[in-house]
Design a protein around this ligand. Structure first.
Ligand code: LMR
Length: 344
């Protein structure tokens, strides 16, 4: 079972290699599919399920663009890593094999933007409102603008919510993590967080995580409840601990050549529809996570635990050194600026 993911990933990688050759030899225009009939297609790929905050925002974006352009611009949404997954989606975007993505902020560090990993710092944000003071402010805008260095156009941020821990045992205090292999996204901050708790971080693509949990390749993971529930991880994890230890959110990015190939009014139409879709996604994010928690309680497959104050303060103390250890990677100035916004 687990191997089939690897096979799928290999074949996708082969596709990208072929695509790379096509680009190099000039066989691929790289401009979002502009069909003879004058229809522009925007392929929007993401890795989560349709009924998650991101899935719902992508669907809203699709509907708004298709309607407002009278069908001239067609957004095609590819959820659940059907087209590309964590290993290859950024490359696919840069090569023009898709036009838009919405990766989690944790996935920008490895492509040269480690400042995005500041959002992964455990217990940095008390609530989503404080995250938004960065994402919806001048600092967030500066972060999006820097993406241009990799030919990505940063179009906006969106929340999912706060992450919790799961495994086949409660994870409420640092001693519960010792020796566990915990699946993480490709973020050094998250890896350091798991190490600080005594666990071993294992980087895996999101689309491989459930299979890896089922096959006991890893023992546990972290995610907001909407992702845990819609990936049916509750069928392979007996315990879900409401640690609310760190944030998970997204940045929507477009291929730069595609973006500049759009006429000015189409660009405005797409950008406006996207802002509305992201606002909608933010509005439903809490709701989706609450619904998933309710469904999880009703399913009865997984025990749900709430850490007490003592356990929470030991968790905080265990991961506190991650902030200073990773400051150099994230960029001290980014951290100073973020802390200034949060303190203001
Ligand atoms: C993960 O890999 O755990 C998340 O980034 C998935 C997502 O996009 O919400």
């Amino acid at each position: 079972m687990f191997n089939s993911a690897t096979v799928a990933d290999t074949s996708r990688r082969q596709c990208l290699q072929t695509l790379g050759v096509a680009v190099a030899t000039g066989l691929w225009s790289g401009h979002g599919a502009k069909a003879a009939a004058g229809v522009t297609t925007i392929r929007f790929s993401h890795v989560v399920a349709e009924d998650t905050p991101k899935g719902l925002a992508a669907e809203r974006f699709r509907a708004l663009v298709n309607e407002r352009s009278g069908g001239r611009i067609q957004v095609q949404v590819y959820p659940r890593a059907h087209l590309y997954g964590d290993h290859d989606e950024m490359q696919a975007l840069q090569l023009g094999a898709v036009e838009m993505l919405a990766p989690s902020l944790s996935k920008f560090g490895r492509i040269g933007f480690p400042e995005f990993e500041l959002f992964d710092l455990p217990y940095l944000f008390p609530d989503v409102a404080s995250v938004r003071r960065i994402t919806q402010g001048a600092l967030g805008q500066r972060m999006l603008e820097r993406l241009m260095r990799q030919r990505l156009v940063g179009l906006g941020f969106m929340d999912n919510g706060f992450k919790h821990m799961s495994a086949n045992r409660p994870l409420l205090a640092p001693e519960h993590f010792v020796g566990l292999r915990m699946r993480v996204q490709a973020s050094r901050v998250i890896a350091a967080q798991m190490r600080a708790l005594g666990a071993r971080p294992v980087t895996l693509a999101f689309s491989e995580t459930r299979r890896a949990l089922a096959a006991r390749v890893v023992d546990g993971t972290e995610n907001p409840i909407s992702n845990f529930w819609t990936q049916r991880m509750h069928e392979v994890q007996t315990d879900f601990s409401l640690t609310q230890h760190a944030y998970l959110g997204y940045a929507v990015v477009a291929n730069q050549r595609f973006w500049s190939s759009l006429g000015r009014s189409d660009r405005e139409l797409v950008a406006t529809a996207l802002q509305e879709a992201l606002q909608f996604g933010n509005q439903v994010a809490d709701l989706q996570n609450d619904k998933a928690l309710k469904a999880l309680r009703e399913a009865g497959t997984t025990r749900i635990h709430q850490p007490d104050e003592g356990q929470l303060s030991r968790m905080r103390a265990a991961v506190a050194p991650v902030h200073s250890e990773l400051a150099q990677r994230i960029g001290p100035q980014w951290l100073t600026d973020a802390r200034a916004v949060l303190a203001a």
